[in-house]
Write a protein that binds this ligand. Structure first.
Ligand code: HEC
Length: 150
């Protein structure tokens, strides 16, 4: 009997350990996938209008100036919770009208204020864009952002 670790034991620990952690990694990957698909994705909320609204958001590169759930640029305010900030939770019709009016009133031309350009967005696209913003606002962000305007 030799003292300490034999070569065979070291090899077994190496292979056994690798296998164990590989299986653990595979199990966690499956778990993450199932969690995303079954728990953290709001599939019913994905109406055609919300999907079109996301496309409008992407076509006009709103993210070049705004963050949405923290992702994007910091020139304009955070947009992920703009629905709440425009009072959509208490008065959905009012918020809808106010966001559309805001978009149509740009740029304000107020001196010293950052400007947002005017976008050619038709009524159907505007409705869809607002549906997308409302949907985004419904995501449970666990209290983020700490300050309402990001
Ligand atoms: C060139 C930069 C720029 C782009 C691109 C841009 N915005 Fe803005 N946006 C701004 C700025 C700056 C403000 C704040 C203006 C102010 O307060 O007077 C703003 C404000 C807003 C607000 C009001 C937010 C609030 O909290 O008051 C909404 C809604 C909004 N933008 C939506 C959009 C959407 C939707 C798009 C894409 C179609 C877009 N923006 C593209 C710069 C931009």
């Amino acid at each position: 009997m030799t003292e300490g670790l034999t070569k065979a034991a070291a090899r077994n620990i190496f292979y056994g350990g690798s296998l164990f952690f590989f299986l653990l990694f595979a199990a966690l990957t499956v778990h993450s996938h199932l969690y995303i698909v079954n728990v953290s994705t709001d599939r019913e909320g994905f109406t055609d209008s919300v999907i079109l609204g996301k496309q409008v958001w992407e076509q006009h590169n709103c993210i070049n100036c705004h963050t949405i759930l923290g992702e994007g640029a910091y020139f304009g305010p955070e947009i992920g919770n703009v629905w709440t900030r425009f009072g959509g939770r208490e008065n959905p019709e009012g918020a809808r009208a106010a966001i559309a009016a805001w978009m149509r009133a740009m740029p304000t031309g107020v001196p010293g204020r950052r400007q947002m350009p005017y976008f050619e967005i038709n009524d159907e696209e505007m409705d869809a864009l607002i549906d997308f913003l409302q949907w985004t606002d419904s995501i449970d962000t666990q209290g983020w952002p700490p300050h309402p305007s990001g």
